[in-house]
Design a protein around this ligand. Structure first.
Ligand SMILES: *Cc1c(COP(=O)(O)O)cnc(C)c1O
Length: 355
């Protein structure tokens, strides 16, 4: 830290992303990336020399073509779509735009929410998940604050009932309810259709997980026209070109081969079910997941010890330094062959090999 840093950030605790080791060295099951590459059309577009020539030009600040493609894909109007540099960027702008009365979200959820809220200086309140890690919907009714819910939730993988989501949106009609759906494509329920019914709902989505484009940084939100205008106002006060030209282009192309991505999501969901069953056979407790990861603990080994021993054997999973979940690991679902190696390695660690 230099002596020049603003006093207010000196003690501020920033977000710690999952480890990104040198490629090839590890089986990476720690940051919920897709094990599959982007589709062939998307890859070709990313390397298109004609596009590369146009990199001398700024991107369209209104991202009209991208918004149109997303609107068509999701059955809404382009005026209902906001795009930004990853959904993290959307969360940040939304917290700033709508969190003035404070924010409320679960104690165990995406680790960026409290960082963003603290960074912006917005007060926030966390509500304890029940012992089985489900959300108590009553905690989120009539809050008088902006509500933020990841559905399905991370790192638990659990989703709420649609009727509960509706109750939350309806009972907080004076505030924005943001549903973070980074993982909805892996078997969860999409709440994009509800944005037509509720003018206080933002559904936040990303290309990072289900569309294999974490490195391209593209997120989008769907909401009523008024909320989108507000988000644009803030974006144009910060960084109107936050989505770069190449990413805007491949974001459109990815939708042209969306079947490829949705098929991958199905494969990942199948591998998730396989991995869950295998872990259960080894005595693990595995929370039923609707995402591309599972959250699991074993009565025979601590979460941290399993994490460390897997890492020694070149497999990375995510362990969180949080007392309530310290016995768990979050395991991203990779290709079937990666998960076979993972299961064999867990067996070896537990000393159960050959049983
Ligand atoms: C991965 C993730 C994000 C961030 O996605 P980006 O689009 O890569 O910024 C947001 N919310 C949740 C719950 C996530 O897991």
């Amino acid at each position: 830290m230099s002596k020049f840093l603003n006093e207010k950030f000196k003690d501020f605790q920033e977000y710690t992303p999952g480890e990104q080791p040198k490629a090839g060295e590890y089986i990476k099951l720690n940051t919920n990336e897709s094990p599959y590459p982007p589709g062939p059309l998307t890859r070709a577009k990313a390397c298109d020399p004609e596009n590369a020539k146009r990199l001398r030009l700024y991107p369209d600040p209104d991202l009209r073509a991208l918004k149109q493609a997303l609107a068509k894909r999701y059955g809404v109007e382009p005026t209902n779509v906001f795009c930004a540099n990853g959904s993290d960027d959307i969360l940040y702008v939304s917290f700033m735009a709508f969190g003035q009365d404070g924010l409320v979200f679960p104690d165990i959820t995406y680790g960026f929410y409290d960082v963003f809220a603290g960074f912006i200086g917005q007060p926030f309140e966390t509500k304890k998940l029940k012992d089985d890690f489900t959300i108590d919907v009553n905690d989120y009714l009539n809050t008088g604050k902006m509500v933020v819910i990841a559905d399905p939730n991370a790192p638990t993988g659990l989703e709420l009932l649609t009727s509960d989501i509706r109750k939350i949106i309806e009972s907080n009609s004076d505030h924005v309810v943001l549903i973070d759906q980074a993982y909805a494509d892996f078997g969860g329920t999409s709440y994009i259709p509800l944005t037509k019914e509720y003018d206080n709902l933002i559904v936040c989505c990303t290309y990072s997980k289900s569309r294999s484009l974490a490195g391209a940084r593209l997120g989008f939100a769907v909401a009523s026209e008024g909320l989108i205008k507000d988000l644009e106002k803030l974006k144009f006060s910060m960084n109107p070109y936050s989505v770069n030209r190449t990413t805007a282009e491949i974001g459109i192309t990815a939708l042209e081969e969306d079947d490829y991505y949705m098929e991958n999501c199905k494969k990942i969901a199948e591998t998730r079910e396989w991995t869950t069953e295998e872990l259960k056979k080894l005595g693990f407790y595995v929370i039923p997941s609707k995402t591309n990861f599972i959250f699991a603990s074993s009565p025979d080994i601590s979460g941290e010890s399993l994490y460390t021993q897997l890492k020694d054997r070149k497999i990375l999973v995510r362990h969180f330094d949080n007392e309530r979940i310290s016995n768990y690991n979050r395991i991203t679902i990779g290709k079937r062959e990666d998960m076979s190696i993972f299961i064999d390695t867990v067996k070896e660690i537990l000393g159960k090999q050959g049983e």
